[in-house]
Design a protein. Structure first.
Length: 147
């Protein structure tokens, strides 16, 4: 459970006979956001059961695509592409997620920034190191959007 919803996972770790895939269910409450992250070892499919969601996917060379989904829609994120999902409706959004790897791995933007030296971030982003001192130190996973 998270402030903005829940994420339940079953991988080879929890279900040893699963040798080719990982499955999950995700619930996003209204106004919730599944933080920006990417999966280094698997592509991700989403099947939306209820509610309305917006999926934004980032590719290399500044390519980005945002698509809205509702019940019965299927989304896809290629392996290694950054993405986030937000609930854009006024009811809970539920989805089933499938990954083509028996091991679940993800890298969150929050975790990546927290693990990177501030000087490296400041140099690459062109902002003072102190800016990164104010960033979260723990991954947000699912959170309620702050307006």
């Amino acid at each position: 459970m998270f402030p903005g919803g829940e994420f339940r996972l079953v991988s080879q770790k929890e279900f040893p006979i699963s040798s080719t895939m990982t499955g999950a269910t995700m619930l996003l409450k209204p106004g919730a956001l599944r933080e920006l992250h990417w999966h280094p070892t698997a592509a991700e499919w989403q099947y939306f059961i209820s509610g309305r969601a917006r999926l934004t996917v980032f590719a290399s060379h500044g390519k980005v695509e945002t698509v809205e989904f509702g019940p019965g829609d299927v989304g896809y994120v290629p392996q290694g592409f950054g993405h986030y999902i937000e609930n854009i409706g006024d009811e809970d959004c539920r989805a089933v997620l499938v990954f083509n790897s028996p091991v679940y791995e993800e890298i969150s933007l929050t975790g990546w920034l927290a693990a990177s030296p501030r000087k490296l971030l400041a140099t690459n982003f062109g902002v003072p190191e102190e800016v990164f001192a104010r960033f979260p130190k723990d991954k947000e996973f699912i959170t309620v959007k702050k307006t």
